[in-house]
Design a protein around this ligand. Structure first.
Ligand code: PFF
Length: 448
């Protein structure tokens, strides 16, 4: 039981904490608008195929790397890579990805706080649709409040992470994750009872592959990575906290199921409501911040549901920002020998310094584009569509081709105590299928 000192205290704690890292704005904010932009059900179908064929095996891969090395993402490759020091750069890529994601993610997390305040003080209720849009634009394009809320969110996250893996992360996840599910179910019942809900369900579940493009396929892959926090080391870090006696296949499967369920439930909340009130499902990142407040305004007791929804979004975001910060903190504590509190304060400050530019991407820095994209959009696209798939590709090469097979088997079977019935299939997937699929999709995405 000595392992428990380092990480999570129980398997349910590990599942809830890692599922908390996975379930986030990616499920409730990003997934619905990606799906809306890519024609609905076809996107969902491809997304689920990616989760099963690539997502779960890759999560296991990250868990193996983390648990085997008992290290943060950089230390993991330093230890397991042996004299091949080049692998450490894969760990550093993970740190860079965590910084970039946290920088733009904390902006949207901050918006959520603003909407909790607005909806609980009734400031969005009773407005006309164009007024709701104006509220969002005035807020997100401002140069003060987005920064203030982003800062508050970063500070809140830093507080939890400073308290430690068991006393902070695990404890908070055990309370917030069940709460998130309950709130989501309440919202589902509300949305499904609206007149015209069926159209939204049809959009979500009925695949129309004629709407699918190469870019859409890459976006589905990127979304599955983003949503499961794969390809950059979040799950390596959390994997290092999983107890040696826990089953990695079971843990990964549970996390993937929770994550996909939340994404689908979020779709069930959002699309019936969007269709019932004649809004546009393809309205992009603003979907939940402009379209939904309008939807809430047009339903009885909408204001209560608005509060519930944004609290839910805030909870989902918090457990994810915790996992993002933990990647950086574990690195700083173990590799740079900083104290946990210092590591979390300094990392958060660095993220704020970069993230502030993302927050201002909607207003003062709207015109400051690189490759035609604002910094916010650039970080989002760069991480989900490129760094995560490329990071994932390198990870599969590391574990499938470089690291000894016997060691991988030993870690997955908990030192030979578990039956390894699916090991052959897993190894085949990460050695051949995943890398080939990843290469094709990355190239297709670049030229397509
Ligand atoms: N998986 C999170 C979400 O879907 O919102 C986002 C995320 C968190 C990505 C942590 C990467 C990460 F390391």
């Amino acid at each position: 039981m000595a392992d428990n000192q380092r990480g999570f205290s129980s398997s349910i704690g590990a599942i809830l904490a890692a599922a908390g890292g996975a379930v986030g704005l990616g499920n409730v904010w990003r997934f619905p608008y990606m799906l809306g932009n890519n024609g609905g059900g076809a996107f969902l179908t491809i997304y689920i195929v990616f989760v099963i064929l690539i997502g779960i095996p890759l999560m296991m891969t990250e868990f193996v790397i983390g648990r085997r090395s008992q290290s943060n993402v950089v230390g993991a490759y330093r230890k397991l890579g042996g004299r091949h020091k080049g692998w450490v750069s894969l760990g550093i890529l993970g740190i860079v990805a965590a910084l970039l994601i946290y920088a733009f993610y904390s902006v949207v997390a901050g918006w959520t706080l603003n909407y909790i305040v607005l909806s609980s003080s009734g400031q969005t209720s009773g407005l006309l649709p164009h007024e709701v849009a104006t509220v969002f634009k005035d807020f997100s394009q401002g140069s003060l409040w987005p920064l203030v809320y982003q800062f508050i969110f970063l500070a809140l996250t830093a507080l939890v992470v400073t308290m430690g893996v068991q006393k902070g992360i695990e404890k908070v996840s055990k309370v917030l994750m069940p709460l998130l599910f309950i709130l989501l179910l309440v919202m589902c019942v509300r949305s499904l009872s609206l007149d015209g809900a069926a159209k939204g369900l049809e959009f979500l579940f009925k695949p129309d592959f004629s709407k699918m493009t190469g870019k859409g396929v890459l976006e589905a892959l990127g979304q599955s990575f983003f949503s499961l926090s794969l390809g950059m080391g979040a799950m390596v870090t959390y994997g290092s906290y999983i107890r040696k006696e826990d089953k990695l296949l079971k843990t990964s499967t549970w996390i993937a199921v929770c994550d996909s369920m939340v994404a689908i439930l979020a779709g069930i909340v959002i699309f019936p409501a969007v269709f019932a009130f004649g809004m546009d499902p393809a309205s992009g990142p603003e979907l939940v911040y402009i379209v939904l407040p309008n939807v809430f305004n047009s339903m009885p007791m909408g204001n209560i549901f608005a509060i519930v929804f944004f609290v839910l979004l805030g909870i989902a975001a918090l457990t994810s920002t915790i996992s993002l910060l933990e990647i950086l903190v574990a690195f700083a504590v173990e590799e740079l020998h900083w104290k946990r509190g210092v590591a979390s304060a300094v990392s958060s400050a660095v993220v704020f310094a970069i993230g502030a530019f993302c927050a201002l991407s909607f207003g003062p820095l709207k015109e400051a584009t690189i490759f035609g994209k604002t910094l916010f959009d650039l970080f989002d696209m760069l991480t989900a569509s490129y760094i995560m798939p490329i990071g994932a590709l390198l990870m599969t090469i590391f574990l499938g081709w470089f690291y000894p097979k016997a060691e991988v088997r030993d870690e997955i079977t908990n030192g030979g105590t578990l039956k390894a019935r699916l090991f052959g299939a897993y190894y085949f997937l990460i050695r051949y299928i995943a890398p080939v699929a990843l290469i094709i999709i990355i190239i297709y995405g670049i030229i397509g």
